[in-house]
Design a protein around this ligand. Sequence first.
Ligand SMILES: [Zn+2]
Length: 117
Amino acid sequence: MNPQLQVLIALQDILLMIREANDPSSQRAMGKIGFEMTNLDALETTKTDLEGQLQPPIRSEYSRAQQRHGRIVVPVINSICYGCFVKIPYAIDGADDRNKTLYRCENCGMFLYWVDK
Ligand SMILES: [Zn+2]
C-alpha cells in the first residue's frame, strides 16, 4: 500500500478518536466521563506527527478534505466511491496495483483505497 495512503488512513482514525474524546455524549455512551487528558494529549501529538509525514501537496489536500467533508479517505467497493457513490472509472478501478498509487475521487475529491476481493 502507498505509504502516504497508510498515513492518511491512520490520521482519519486518530481524528475520529479525538472527536469522540471531545464529544460529551459519546463519552457518556461509553462510560468514559472524566476521559484522561493525557490520552487526548497523546492523540494530538500523534496527529501532529502523522501530519508531518505527509508530503506538502498531500497535506494541503488532506486539510481541505477534512474541512469540507470531516473525512479524508473512503473505500471503493464494487467500483463505487463511498464518499459520493459515483462509479470510479475503469482505468483506475481496474488497475492491479491501485492501492500503490494515491488516487482521489474525481467527483468528490476524497482519497481512495480499495478493499481487495
Ligand atoms: Zn467520490
